[in-house]
Ligand binder design. Structure first.
Ligand code: ADP
Ligand code: MG
Length: 213
């Protein structure tokens, strides 16, 4: 079976899809953030995604690294908050790992996603179980790697990653927050789903819907 190739056009479609889905879920994200944060995650993400889409339209990147750079800068400046720089790091690392190439094969795609998730981890200094976006992203990329190792296609890997991200998102509810604003609440952070883990699940699900379409 021929390998799927992920082109820069597919990556751009991913961000368009993510932006749509974030707009659809913005209220829900803000409601989640109102319970354990400052009620701005939905508006932050909607603003940042819109700016990222505009940046892609303005710069028309031709390689993966240009794609990552274009979005990262916008997410850092336009999302703001804690999550903006973290999502910015995600795309900057994805672009750096992907490099000056117009397309990625299956392994290259998952390797770029792994680099992106590792960048979120090192930038935010969160560990699994701290009740952050990492609790959706890390299981997602681990599931993708296992799936490819077992001979699955990229589409299978992205589907497995989406399920793992969703499970990871739900698993944040009973966690005690140890990073970000939610950590100020201590025990009172328990019993609420993390907003960043929720937007990260949407990011992974958007990838599954676009990268191998
Ligand atoms: P802010 O907390 O500055 O208002 P947002 O509301 O946009 O920013 O984002 C909050 C989300 O950021 C949290 O739900 C959590 O998932 C994520 N987050 C916070 N701190 C960290 C961190 N150190 N590492 C990873 N993710 C984090
Ligand atoms: Mg917030």
């Amino acid at each position: 079976m021929a390998e799927a190739t992920v082109t820069v056009g597919d990556l751009v479609a991913w961000i368009h899809r993510f932006s749509e889905v974030i707009a659809e879920h913005a209220e829900e994200l803000t409601t989640l953030d109102s319970a354990i944060g400052d009620a701005d995650h939905g508006t932050n993400m909607r603003r940042g995604c819109r700016a990222a889409v505009e940046a892609l339209e303005a710069t028309e990147p031709t390689d993966v690294s240009g794609f990552g750079r274009a979005i990262a800068m916008k997410l850092i400046s336009a999302v703001g908050g804690t999550s903006g720089p973290l999502y910015g790091s995600f795309f900057l690392a994805l672009g750096t790992a992907g490099g000056a190439t117009a397309e990625l094969d299956d392994a290259g795609t998952v390797a770029a996603l792994r680099a992106a998730v590792d960048a979120v981890r090192s930038r935010g200094k969160a560990e699994p179980g701290d009740k952050t976006m990492l609790d959706a992203l890390l299981p997602a990329v681990e599931a993708m790697e296992s799936c490819l190792d077992e001979g699955g296609s990229l589409a299978d890997a992205l589907a497995a990653g989406t399920t793992a991200a969703e499970d990871g998102m739900h698993a944040t509810t009973p966690m005690l927050a140890r990073k970000g604003r939610a950590s100020y609440l201590g025990e009172r952070s328990i019993g609420h789903q993390d907003p960043g883990a929720t937007s990260s699940w949407l990011l992974v699900r958007s990838a599954a819907q676009t990268l191998t379409a």
